[in-house]
Design a protein around this ligand. Sequence first.
Ligand code: SF4
Length: 221
Amino acid sequence: MTVDVKEPVIYSGFFITVSFVRSFCYNKETERKRYESRSFGGGDTMNYGELKKTDIANGIGVRVTLFVSGCTHHCPGCFQPETWDFAYGQKYTWETEMEIIEALKPGYVKGLTLLGGEPFEPANQRELVYLLRRINNEMPKKTIWCYTGYTLETDLLKESRARCAVTDEMLSRIDVLVDGEFVQAKKDITLRFRGSSNQRIIDLKATLAEGRTVLYKFPDE
Ligand code: SF4
């Protein structure tokens, strides 16, 4: 009598594949439910205009850049006034978040840059804080840059229209903050990663740790 060993092997391979696909789908479904049950956010609080997956113009190295919608600064000479409208672009959803997480995975991608519009409008902070939390937890080596028209000391660290329940957490999760409104009279196209000379590139981790504003030092300086 001969024993056919191929069948059990085929069956076990089949069951391993099925259980892998099931657990993958389950995890995705669990993640989606968790996203949709957030106390705020959850896909109906923020729009975005563009998602760039290999951007080298907005921070050090190759970066994923998210241009969120909505800005109340209305700086004269703003290079994209269409993004002032909170309804501009498309809805930021769970799929968008997953797309960003996937885009960040390759080793050559240094991190995420948030631009706008205004990432620090409270409605946007309440959505973005979840994304930053995920990136910090799941890929701690990726850096986070954020552009804001608000000024760190007077608007983000003190009571202002920008402050909300998650502002401190947002700040704690950002590595580099480019702050200040765009001022047309101070526009300078030779500046690196900023539009006008009043804007500052701040090392936010060092600033919060030392309790004083520390400007970012470029690695090649
Ligand atoms: S903060 Fe930025 S997006 Fe908002 S108006 Fe000023 S330049 Fe435009």
